[in-house]
Design a protein around this ligand. Structure first.
Ligand SMILES: [Zn+2]
Length: 326
């Protein structure tokens, strides 16, 4: 049997426990012969019973995507980080840092495309993963991965049951996904395990914002119900929205309890409320004019200036957080 090169990502077969590599040529398990990769090159690394209900929701959400006439180049994605209506992305990009030469795991990446622009930084490996294998198939219909065949890997995994070997990654990244998990501590323990010493985890979720939380419970309540009916919301997002978001104190206690060194940065209140109102209340054709251009950028700058005040920062909604593994 061939030995596995150090540059490859290793995982354990869920059926027999044999160690396998995420190589494009690895179609079946080295131990038991189980088929691991589907026709789209997506590694199926979760057992059939895990999170069946949630998977069904996302499997069908991604199944309908059709091939686009021409696949977009990866180089077209860089600008998604600079959208005026999502200023938290710039913060997230900065905090994620330089990925060149690194092994990077994107968890629960779903339909989010901007993270694929990390490929331009020339990481050693970039693993795009989601609970649903259909997500990895859908994104391959939209984007041209041909120049990055040696670097990119696709996988369907359960974030709370990471199949990878210890110390497999330098960076683990999750955009708006941790709040979907029933057991955050279990997840963080797994992320710690798959990171190398000195490795970093970077996440973005919504923070608990007293102003926003009590507004939703009181004067905005009818509007919230209306908007959830109108635009729909996943069951996990509904639960999280009603609980009011992550609190730094609780996450910090969890992470330091695991021997990790946490970090937190917040962004977006006034600009968040503005874009939410625009998307929920106004006709679709008005959204872009109202959330791009100079007035929007001025609002973002105002938000950033107010963010120096601790009472305001404590109400900002976007939370970029994570930890370093000592
Ligand atoms: Zn096996």
């Amino acid at each position: 049997m061939d030995s596995i090169s150090d540059t490859e990502i290793r995982f354990r077969c869920l059926a027999c426990g044999a160690v396998n590599a995420m190589e494009p040529s690895a179609l079946a398990c080295r131990g038991c012969g189980l088929r691991l990769v589907d026709a789209h090159g997506v590694f199926h690394l979760l057992d059939a019973s895990s999170k069946a209900e949630e998977r069904a929701f996302y499997d069908s959400a991604y199944a309908g995507s059709s091939a686009e006439p021409a696949k977009a180049p990866i180089t077209s994605l860089r600008e998604l980080w600079d959208r005026a209506d999502a200023p938290q992305n710039q913060l997230l990009y900065r905090v994620t840092g330089d990925l060149s030469g690194k092994k990077v795991l994107l968890i629960g990446n779903g339909a989010s495309r901007k993270e694929l622009s990390f490929l331009e930084q020339r990481p050693l490996r970039l693993v795009y993963s989601d609970l649903s294998p259909n997500a990895g198939q859908a994104i391959q219909k939209q984007l041209d991965f041909l120049p990055y065949q040696a670097v990119i890997r696709f996988a369907a995994i359960d974030a709370e049951n990471l199949p990878f070997e210890d110390a497999s990654f330098d960076v683990v990244y999750g955009h708006a996904m941790v709040h979907h998990l029933p057991d955050v501590e279990r997840f963080l323990r797994g992320v710690k395990r798959v990171l190398v010493p000195g490795g970093r985890a970077v996440f973005m979720d919504d923070a608990f914002s007293p102003v926003w939380h009590y507004s939703k419970q009181t004067w905005l309540k009818p509007l919230m119900k209306y908007s959830h009916r109108k635009t729909g919301i996943s069951p996990e997002d509904y639960r999280f929205s009603m609980s009011g978001g992550f609190k730094e104190s609780e996450l910090a206690a969890m992470m330091t309890g695991l021997g990790l060194q946490p970090f937190f940065q917040r962004a977006c209140l006034l600009d968040y409320l503005w874009t939410r109102a625009a998307v929920k209340l106004l006709p679709r054709r008005l959204y872009t004019p109202l959330t791009s251009g100079l007035p929007m950028r001025a609002l973002v700058r105002l938000d950033q200036a107010l963010g120096r005040l601790s009472w305001y920062r404590g109400n900002q909604i976007r939370l970029v957080w994570g930890f370093t593994k000592a």
